[in-house]
Design a protein around this ligand. Structure first.
Ligand SMILES: [Zn+2]
Length: 585
């Protein structure tokens, strides 16, 4: 079979995780991308702001890339675009107006607008990219203007669901395009790639519209101010909050840059309608009685700098909670954020607010399909092969089980890891090989890459503390000054005061250097020796494993010959003392 009659599916992100969805689909000399997302770091990635997929594969094959298809405007689907465009140009990015509107301002902020062409697509529009034809069909999700994709290739059709749920009564009236999917299914679907987020949840995800009832109930009973927090991107939810405010004669003050941006863009594109005088600047809320005010804000994840967290900490310039205020948390925690949200809720209650939150409150519904909807998707598509996407590993495995329940043979289901290659022909599907994949960590100023060693050091420091030793030695082996010893963040044994601990370390440094008549090669050599010895000492004597940093200044002593070549710089010792667990021995 000719090589061009084979399609390769290569996920670079989004498998085995929720986040940074990025997929390459290759056929002959053509590559298309589906989504280019980022992920937010887990708690253990200290000081890391964003996590991106390694795109070496795209850089190496950039001349083959015919375009990027975007399914919707969530950060885990578009957030990686600027970082890709930093490395390579893309002939075109096709996607829904809302997602491209968000991208447009992001790219011009970063001066990247000339590195691609943004092309808005309409429902059922078909776009040719090389030998691929991609049809964008309307799907329902928690952000407006979402698409699933039917990707026609020389060997057959693939379906990429994007993020979806089957919302039969969507608040914007944009129904899931079952008809297009059924039509594609009639043609025959070779491979279905489907959202696995809620694979562990039985039943159906309720419609977004069900939130309206609960929202009304809370608005009706609130006597004072109402503060609502949700994801800025949850356009449907924001729309409902604005409607409720209008219904109950309240003005709305929006806090948070992203909330403003989404509201403006959604209004511009017709996904929200509200009169100009509905919104008031935050400075003016004191001009209105409490029962006529709604504050809509970001911070649903307990982010430390968000307005809601500052309000809960009583650190906000314009708002302090008084007993009787109502706070609605209309979101669920992203795994890892549970603690910070719980802290925020505790503080809000402490200040006397009535907080409406959590599972069972009816104030939030998921944007992703549960098991019965996932089975319906499988039934609609009746694919020959199945590959779950968008989920942690266990979710992907569970999704394959659902697929077999609906009739896909188990041997036709494939759980992939990021970087693995799925090779597809008309009559076969196999995992074959890997491409370079992994993660790029971006630090808090969103510009610089951080390597894992640095993050490991930060983690090590935060957990075990630091011992720093500085000393000056003559090339004859005599200690000329020091050792100066500092300790930070170390939990000492109960019966050892800090001064004694420092003395013990000093003595050990002298032990390590004395009595052996050694000839030191250079500063690096001595530093490693002290570092190794101290680590062993601290582990054995104190049961501690802090980060040990040693800086030795070696000074040539003129009365001896051996000191002549001793280097005077200390760069090597600093470098090697950065991560004692990883140094080469
Ligand atoms: Zn999404």
């Amino acid at each position: 079979m000719a090589l061009d009659k084979m399609v390769k599916i290569i996920p670079l992100g989004g498998l085995g995780e929720i986040g940074k969805n990025t997929m390459a689909i290759c056929c002959g000399n053509d590559i298309i991308l589906v989504d280019a997302g980022l992920a937010f770091p887990s708690d253990d990635l200290i000081g890391v702001e964003l996590v991106l997929p390694d795109i070496s594969f795209l850089v190496e094959n950039q001349e083959k890339i015919r375009g990027l298809a975007i399914t919707h405007g969530h950060e885990d689907h578009i957030g990686g675009v600027p970082f890709i465009l930093n490395e390579i140009s893309l002939p075109a990015i096709y996607g829904p107006a809302l997602a491209l509107g968000l991208l447009e301002s992001k790219l011009s902020e970063m001066g990247l607008q000339d590195r691609t062409h943004l092309k808005k697509v309409k429902p059922r529009q078909r776009v040719r990219m090389g030998c691929f034809e991609v049809e964008f069909i309307r799907c329902t999700h928690s952000i407006a203007d979402s698409f699933s994709l039917i990707i026609r290739t020389p060997i057959g059709a693939l379906v990429h669901t994007g993020d979806f749920k089957f919302d039969l009564t969507p608040v914007d009236g944009e129904l899931f395009d079952f008809a297009s999917l059924a039509r594609a299914s009639d043609e025959g679907i070779l491979l279905l790639m489907s959202d696995s987020t809620n694979t562990e949840k039985p039943g159906y995800t309720p419609s977004e519209r069900t939130v309206w009832g609960k929202l009304n109930e809370v608005f009706a009973r609130a006597q004072q101010r109402i503060i609502v927090t949700t994801f800025a991107s949850n356009v449907h939810r924001v729309r409902q909050v604005l409607l409720a405010a209008m219904h109950y004669g309240r003005k709305v003050s929006i806090l948070g840059r992203s909330m403003h941006k989404f509201a403006e863009l959604s209004r511009e594109l017709g996904y929200m309608k509200f009169p100009d005088n509905l919104l008031i600047p935050i400075e003016q809320i004191r001009d209105y009685p409490d029962h006529q005010v709604v504050i809509l804000t970001t911070g649903s994840q307990g982010e430390p700098l968000s307005a809601l967290t500052r309000i809960a900490n009583n650190e906000h310039k314009f708002i302090s909670i008084v007993p009787g205020d109502t706070v609605i948390i209309s979101a669920t925690p992203i795994p890892g954020n549970e603690r910070s949200i719980a802290n925020t809720i505790n503080k809000l209650f402490l200040r006397g607010a009535d907080v409406v939150y959590g599972k069972g409150s009816g104030i939030h519904v998921s944007g992703h399909a549960c098991q019965e909807e996932q089975k319906l998707m499988l039934n609609l598509c009746t694919p020959k092969y199945f590959m779950p996407i968008h989920g942690e590993y266990r979710m992907l495995v569970k999704h394959c089980e659902l697929a077999t329940e609906t009739g896909v043979p188990a041997e036709n289901t494939f759980v992939l890891k990021n970087g693995e290659v799925l090779e597809l022909t008309k009559n076969s599907c196999t995992k074959n090989g890997v491409v370079k994949s992994g993660v790029i960590l971006i630090d808090s100023n969103r510009e610089w890459r951080i390597d894992y060693e640095t993050v490991d050091d930060r983690k090590h420091l935060s957990q075990e503390g630091l011992v720093m030793v500085v000393t000056t030695m003559g090339s004859d082996g005599k200690m000329l000054a020091g050792p100066d010893i500092s300790i930070r963040g170390i939990i000492l044994p109960q019966d050892v005061p800090a001064e004694e601990f420092v003395l013990l370390i000093g003595k050990e440094v002298e032990n390590l250097l004395s009595g052996k008549n050694r000839k030191w090669k250079d500063e690096e050599h001595i530093s490693l020796h002290i570092q190794d010895g101290l680590e062993e000492f601290l582990q054995k004597r104190m049961n501690a494993s802090p980060l040990v940093q040693v800086k030795v200044n070696l000074v040539s002593v003129s009365s001896t010959d051996e000191g002549k070549d001793a280097p005077m710089t200390t760069g090597a010792s600093e470098k090697n003392s950065r991560s004692p667990n990883k140094k080469q021995r």
